[in-house]
Design a protein around this ligand. Structure first.
Ligand code: MN
Length: 317
């Protein structure tokens, strides 16, 4: 577990729903590099916090301004198994292409959910004529045992419901929040919202007390249940919390992800979520052998991604 920071790209990470020692945990996102050479903040998995509900990967990229000659995002074809990817933009555009034949641009307010199941591959890039700003969240949800080998699928939603709170608007991209439900299908109890503060002061978010929750600031800074939070930090709340009281200035923006503590330990490596290192090795070998289980991505101008060297960590205990 201790080598997550030093060799983030090659260690197979065993992740389970370690309960927080206290009701609230504060963590710092680490810096990582996204395809295209852009620096991003990775808030999950962290050495001390691997999962929040079924959320097992949480990248915050931007806000950044691209130079006219800069490509922006450029992530060549790569495979996934055992997870769903969730793409949510605050600014900018991303062009997605996948092995099922879907190709399309996502914009702020829209939602992409790709269910990898037994295997899929895709590429992501800044499209031609893109705006010069980029800001968003790229997240993964682990699929539970009964669903993790399902047929792959890709879904684009032109909009998600918005809940108007006193002082804030919450866009519901996963699960249900305050009577509104995301159009996307997920396979374990989950929530994901993007909150825009539109009046300075304090607003209350009613949340499911059976869930654990994580908060991430994407713009500005805030205080939640007495804890200060800025960009780059992650606050995790253990189950038992039924309301988040947020104090922030107008213009602040933050995301909340949560869910029932995920009951299955997972192994996460590169773009794969599995249960054993052997499964990870098998998926890697299939990708390297261009096994049809991952299909083919057409139209991306560049090479497919090659997996790093896998260095499995020992079984815990
Ligand atoms: Mn991907």
């Amino acid at each position: 577990m201790s080598q997550l920071h030093s060799t983030p790209e090659s260690e197979a990470n065993r992740c389970s729903a370690h309960p927080l020692r206290e009701a609230v945990g504060r963590f710092e996102a680490r810096t990582s590099i996204m395809g295209g050479g852009l620096k991003i903040r990775r808030a999950l998995p962290l050495e001390q916090k691997r999962l929040i509900g079924p959320w097992c990967f949480l990248d915050h990229f931007g806000p950044l301004r691209l130079e006219p000659n800069q490509k922006g995002m450029s992530v060549g074809p790569h495979p996934h198994i055992g997870l769903q990817t969730v793409t949510w933009l605050i600014e900018g555009e991303v062009l997605h292409r996948d092995s099922l034949g879907y190709q399309g641009v996502i914009r702020p307010g829209e939602l992409n959910v790709m269910t990898a199941g037994r295997g899929i591959s895709h590429s992501e890039e800044s499209p031609e004529g893109r705006p010069d700003t980029m800001h968003g969240l790229q997240m993964w949800v682990a699929l539970p045992e009964a669903e993790r080998r399902r047929e792959p699928a890709f879904d684009h939603y032109a909009e998600v419901p918005t809940v108007e709170l006193s002082g804030a608007s919450a866009h519901v991209f996963a699960g249900s929040f305050h009577g509104a439900t995301s159009p996307a299908t997920f396979y374990s109890p989950i929530v994901g919202i993007d909150v825009e503060v539109n009046a300075s002061g304090t607003h209350e978010l009613p949340v499911d007390a059976s869930f654990e929750h994580g908060l991430l600031v994407t713009q500005g800074a805030l205080e939640v249940n007495g804890h200060r939070l800025e960009i780059g930090g992650l606050l995790a709340f253990a189950p038992g919390v039924s309301a988040l009281s947020v104090t922030a200035d107008e213009g602040t923006r933050y995301a909340v992800v949560g869910g029932a503590p995920f009951g299955e330990p997972i192994v996460l490596w590169w773009n794969f979520v599995a249960r054993t290192v052997e499964e990870i090795e098998a998926a890697r070998d299939q990708w390297n052998a261009q096994d049809p289980i991952f299909g083919e991505v057409h139209g991306f101008d560049g090479p497919s991604l090659e997996p790093p060297t896998l260095r499995p960590i020992p079984e815990p205990g």
